[in-house]
Design a protein around this ligand. Structure first.
Ligand code: PLP
Length: 223
């Protein structure tokens, strides 16, 4: 199936999920994750109307950017090694994986303008996952206030790898609660209005729980 066909199915599901939870589909931004696919397939996504693209490796990002020649807004979605910050940070529009002070320091040093960041939170507490613990998010944001290159747009998480919908839902629900608490505080460095959650297998649940950025790879552009 081409991307446009897959997109029709996804857009219909987004709309339904939004309606079920009293939201509008316009509140939800799709990040088309092109990390597994060819340049041609990424172009297809752009032609199908997707302007927000996501990559998780420097090499993939550079290659797609060269091919697409400024036609997209770029999201870096994977864990970012500090030593790669200098090569990545001025080429992206959003970073979804801020999870440690050492990374923030390096961003502060290398960024030429403010960087829109999501803090990656390990809501489910799975050991090998990246992300900071839910109880530490507020303290982390307070520590970030001295880095004026970093703006906390919102929070990001990955749900546990399970078929149990209630476990997934609880993970998204908990992240939305933390995001709301932080947003309410009106911290100057953290408007924290956004929620980056939901992938191919769980984006409908994420939308029902308030997601504003869903990151879809497999279901949209293929593996
Ligand atoms: C790969 C990836 C996605 C997309 O995953 P799919 O299941 O293919 O939709 C989303 N978010 C992150 C952080 C990823 O690494």
């Amino acid at each position: 199936m081409d991307v446009a066909e897959k997109a029709q199915t996804i857009e219909a599901k987004i709309k339904q999920a939004a309606e079920r939870s009293g939201r509008s589909a316009e509140q939800i931004q799709v990040v088309a994750v092109t990390k597994y696919v060819s340049n041609e397939r990424a172009i297809e996504a752009v032609q199908a109307g997707y302007r927000h693209l996501g990559e998780n490796r420097l090499e993939g990002l550079l290659e797609k950017q060269e091919y697409l020649q400024g036609k997209a807004t770029w999201h870096f979605i994977g864990s970012l090694q500090s030593r790669k910050v200098k090569d990545v940070i001025n080429k992206i529009d959003y970073l979804h994986s801020l999870d440690r002070i050492s990374l923030a320091k390096e961003i502060q040093k290398r960024a030429e303008k403010k960087v829109r960041c999501f803090i990656q939170v390990n809501v489910s507490g799975e050991g090998q996952k990246h992300g900071i613990e839910p109880e530490k998010v507020l303290d982390f944001i307070e520590q970030l206030s001295k880095y004026d290159k970093i703006v906390i747009e919102g929070l990001m998480t990955m749900a546990p790898n399970t078929k149990d919908e209630e476990i997934i839902r609880k993970c998204f629900h908990d992240l939305a609660q933390i995001q709301n608490q932080i947003h309410t505080r009106q911290m100057p460095n953290a408007p924290c209005k956004e929620l980056s959650m939901g992938m191919s297998n769980d984006y409908e649940i994420a939308i029902e729980e308030g997601s504003t950025f869903i990151r879809i790879g497999t279901a949209l552009v293929g593996e």
